[in-house]
Design a protein around this ligand. Sequence first.
Ligand code: UDP
Ligand code: MG
Length: 331
Amino acid sequence: MELIKPQSNVLKVDPLDERKKIALVVPAFNESKNLRQFFREANKTTNNLGSYSWEFIFVNDGSSDNTWELIEDLAGADPRVKGVSLSRNFGKEISLTAGLEATTDADAVIFIDADLQHPPSLIVELVAQWECGYQIVATQREAIQYSLVREAGSRFFYYMLKHFSDLKIHAKATDFRLLDKEVLNILKTFEERTRFFRGLIDWMGFRKTIVTFSAPDRAQGKSTFSLSDLTRMAVNSFTTFSLLPLRITGWLGLTVVSLSLAVLFFMVITQFFFSQVFTPLAYFVVFNTLLFGVVLAALGLIALYIGHIHTEVIRRPLYIVQDKVGFNEDE
Ligand code: UDP
Ligand code: MG
């Protein structure tokens, strides 16, 4: 019997569809002002790529505006749209994970922001590179309109990562990227809790290429990452991927030890040859202060690591789904 292939009817999801399936994972936190426009633009692009079947997975990351209602509307009007609503704001890295885990039998996934800072038109290029055989198609920003502090911070962060950690990550890399099924399946098995997606993905290897684009300003609203969020993310990703802080402690320890030895040596020499008298208390103070410094610095850093171990071992679920829309019963 011959199967009758459906024409690319966008309003019906056909189980016999033999086209390759690509899922767009869109994290959305208070994006009601951008969502419709995003969907319109993304739709334009996906309609031009009719030889693939598309799925939109919106993750509502505990928005306080009507983002979820909008997602429900979109899902009601278009069966390719699915929504996952988290019970509170878990942060972008976690909402990406939730979206990733909601995908089923996709041949590739594309992570894309809802604020149109990741131009949907670039999807064409990502897919083209994927078809060339790349399993990870990452993107990189060319122009950027962040504040000076942010720009400097981001440069410093990538410089440090590049030079002092095991991770070779590209500066200006964004979360806008396409991942092949093979990469996805492995990424889904990762269980670590302090997540930094870009880092994890770069760590995995695979055949990878980079597409450059210029980041426009956010369409509506403000960036939801404050400077302190970004700093925390930078410190976290650094300590999960690098042992540099521990190494610095080691060096600090060595420096302090050699300094204290030098001072001690100086004291002994001057006492012997120049009859300069130091009280035992002076010796004690030199010793004690320096050793105390070392111990405190080491403790502070070890605490950071214990913090990570702590969150890893609790094994709490990464996120909680409160609501879903557009999925079949068994999904
Ligand atoms: N986002 C999210 N949870 C958050 C913060 C942001 O899901 O806690 C989403 C947001 O809706 C957007 C994307 O992540 O789609 C990027 O966020 P934003 O534009 O605020 O970050 P920036 O572009 O400054 O990196
Ligand atoms: Mg943005």
